[in-house]
Ligand binder design. Structure first.
Ligand SMILES: [Fe+2]
Length: 251
């Protein structure tokens, strides 16, 4: 019997650079690897919607699905906002190359409007109006360009190996602090459960257990506190909040 589909398809997960490259040889490899972990979280989330949404019929399940979709969009936005506000300008300054991230910025713009339409669809659709074919068309309008961006940004970061390793490390430290910053109004009850539920600690043979670099109690806080108000939505996560993959709820 063929194995059941999981959140590693239809959009293929990205290979982590540190799987084949020595992280201690240059900090750009650490940065590109960390970014790959984050991008794979976004890709698993997209796949978990793509795999399960066609099978959701019951109005309560649809309501939960649409909330999960909103959380996913918010998670993707939060990722890109951090890059645009912190990482991209800091890299331009550090490399002294204005426009070094312009290609990545242009890619952000290419999928932004389509993702906004998806967010509106998820917010405004009543459970009894939901149709997978309609939502699939909305997702298909932006998902390929988002995916291309998530893949290509890793190479841009690997190309930073031509610059000073310690300087790259300093820039990345600022981005990590910004990503952890609690300014986003829905960081705790939407973005964090969505991130934690899309981690896979077993990926590539379990060599990336250090991701996400958060204190050990965070999964407990998410599970027992932050995720409580929307437990139905988090059924769509492909992993539990500790990063253990589990069978998809709808399959
Ligand atoms: Fe990114």
């Amino acid at each position: 019997m063929a194995p059941k589909p999981w959140a590693d398809e239809p959009f293929a997960l990205l290979e982590t650079p540190s799987k084949t490259m020595d992280k201690s040889s240059h900090y750009a490899i650490v940065v590109a690897s960390e970014m790959t972990h984050s991008h794979n979280v976004l890709i698993r989330g997209l796949n978990s919607i793509y795999q399960q949404a066609p099978l959701v019929k019951n109005p309560q399940d649809v309501e939960d699905l649409l909330f999960y979709c909103q959380a996913w969009v918010m998670m993707v936005h939060h990722h890109h906002e951090t890059e645009e506000e912190t990482l991209f300008p800091d890299l331009e300054e550090f490399t002294q190359k204005p426009g070094i991230m312009a290609g990545n910025q242009a890619q952000h713009n290419a999928f932004h409007d389509g993702m906004e339409k998806f967010s509106e669809y998820a917010k405004n659709t009543k459970p009894d109006e939901y149709k997978w074919d309609e939502m699939k068309a909305v997702i298909d309008a932006f998902a390929p360009s988002l995916y291309t961006h998530l893949r290509e940004e890793i190479q841009t970061l690997l190309d930073l190996r031509q610059y000073d390793s310690d300087g790259v490390k300093t820039v990345w430290g600022k981005t990590e602090d910004a990503a952890k910053g609690g300014k986003h109004p829905h960081l705790f009850e939407m973005i964090m459960p969505c991130v934690m539920g899309n981690v896979d600690k077993t990926y590539e043979g379990g060599i990336h257990k250090e991701f996400p670099p958060w204190p050990f109690f965070i999964p407990y806080a998410v599970h027992y506190w932050f995720a409580r108000s929307h437990t139905g939505a988090w059924r769509f996560c492909p992993s539990d909040f500790w990063g253990n993959p589990r069978p998809l709820t709808f399959q």
